[in-house]
Design a protein around this ligand. Structure first.
Ligand code: ATP
Ligand code: MG
Length: 440
């Protein structure tokens, strides 16, 4: 992508409305724009990061056996009357009427709709277990939308829903998502700690929130500090192994970890003082097992091996991609801007032409840009005629992991500079060496 042809509206000044660093940096880097309170457009740079986050989420959902579909954002109120949540949900739910005066709503979550899909076609235990998910917009009319896309009214959620014949089966489904979440957050460069959670309006009896430690987090959390160093389930994890996944779950729930709603002071005080961590955190995921709550209310049953009808045991599993993007920034930035983990960076490399219009600089940059693009890298080429200082500041701000800098003096020697955004380390090398480093 040539920056001269791209759309990346950088702000020079610090936006006053932004209270936390991620919100400030997302606005300054031209990633998002507020359209009305708590409702955002994702501009091209932001969209690239969001897509990469979603690709990792999707990959790990698929690995764990979940199946992707797509449900609508607008739902009929009737479904919610069946489950009894239409009135219970309160003002957070945006209610609207269509032209026939039928009550509709902008979905805040999808338990009812997915249960309806399930009951319409699944009749036998032989079709279980089943886990259906989508990555889609939700709307909750939050009292206090704030911190940009961290807490917005319209936001994206990956929501998955599992169906099993028995409680034991449902626990295995829960453990699959538990392990998938650990892997997902790890690949996003985050350390997320599962904490026992309140089940809230979704209801149920087993639930964990996945929390990232951050000073700007809205939740108060208490946990054992060993969680920070725990190993995450690796590529070889067998999602069909009931014992294997149970042991991952047992290990990651063996030490104290709770949000303030579930905090047990006495239990926390039993943790040796030097090992206690009390901090603030951001909830980036939340998983629930809620048994037959919706299947009973909505008549979702299957024939079991005993020939009888059974209400299915369900769970639901949410991750917030539009919250994760600022959460990653909260965890990874410095005074100059964002530092993206390579896995979600909007571009892999930025090529900075320090003197656009200078033949040697132009030729060198074109050569590098073409070679790296051909090798499948996502390259941003700053070919604008801004001053070099402005270009450096922009490159640091948008947090691309590698900068390749071509200035007249180095280019005259057939060389360029390669800068690592995170460490700030710079290395001068031949043009060929710079290309080979990223092509190999
Ligand atoms: P919170 O306690 O932060 O209000 P919640 O418990 O109501 O969130 P869930 O119903 O558990 O949220 O939703 C699953 C995930 O969706 C959350 O873990 C979070 O990542 C994301 N999410 C929920 N509400 C918002 C929001 N208003 N803006 C952005 N992401 C959100
Ligand atoms: Mg929650």
């Amino acid at each position: 992508m040539r920056l001269s042809r791209y759309f990346m509206p950088i702000l020079k000044e610090n936006p006053k409305e932004a209270e936390i660093v991620s919100h400030r940096l997302m606005l300054r880097a031209g990633m998002i724009r507020q359209q009305s309170q708590g409702i955002y457009s994702w501009l091209p740079l932001g969209k690239r990061v969001l897509d990469k986050v979603n690709a990792i989420i999707r990959d790990e959902q698929n690995r764990a056996g979940a199946i992707e579909l797509s449900m609508p954002t607008l739902q009929s109120a009737e479904l919610w009357q069946e489950s009894g949540r239409y009135d219970a949900y309160g003002k957070e739910m945006l209610r609207i009427k269509d032209r026939q005066d039928r009550p509709m709503l902008y979905g805040p979550t999808n338990e009812e709709m997915v249960t309806d899909i399930f009951r319409s076609s699944v009749k036998s235990y032989k079709d279980l277990p089943l886990n259906l998910y989508h990555i889609q917009l939700k709307f909750r009319d939050e009292i206090r939308p704030r911190f940009g896309t961290m807490r917005s009214r319209e936001f994206m959620m990956k929501d998955a829903y599992s169906f099993d014949l028995t409680r034991e089966g449902a626990e295995h489904s829960y453990n699959k998502m538990f392990a998938a979440y650990l892997r997902t957050f790890d690949r996003l460069g985050l350390r997320a700690i599962p904490m026992r959670a309140d089940t809230g309006p979704i209801g149920g009896n087993l639930s964990h929130e996945f929390i990232i430690l951050a000073d700007t987090g809205e939740s108060e959390v208490f946990c054992h500090k060993d969680f920070v160093g725990f190993d995450v389930p690796d590529d070889r994890t067998d999602f069909d192994s009931v014992e294997g996944l149970k042991s991952i779950f047992d290990k990651w729930t063996s030490l104290y970890a709770a949000t303030s709603e579930m905090h047990d002071e006495a239990a926390f005080n039993a943790v040796p003082e030097g090992e206690r961590l009390s901090a603030r955190g951001i909830e980036v995921g939340h998983i629930f097992y809620f048994g037959t709550k919706y299947s009973e209310a909505m008549g979702a049953k299957v024939q079991g091996p005993d020939g009888k009808e059974h209400f299915v045991h369900m769970g639901s599993y949410g991750i917030g991609p539009t919250r994760l993007v600022p959460a990653i920034i909260e965890a990874s930035h410095d005074d100059n801007g964002i530092i993206w983990p390579a896995s979600v960076a909007p571009f892999d490399i930025v090529v900075i032409n320090m003197k656009a219009g200078d033949q040697a600089c132009d030729d060198t940059c074109e050569l590098i840009y073409a070679a790296l693009t051909k090798a499948g890298k996502d390259v941003l080429y700053d070919d604008t005629d801004d001053r070099a200082g402005t270009k450096f500041a922009t490159a640091d701000l948008i947090g691309v992991p590698v900068q390749i800098i071509a200035g007249p003096r180095a280019v005259a020697n057939g060389e360029v500079e390669v800068k690592d955004r995170k460490t700030g380390a710079r290395e001068t090398m031949t043009i060929e060496a710079a290309i080979n480093r990223f092509v190999a």
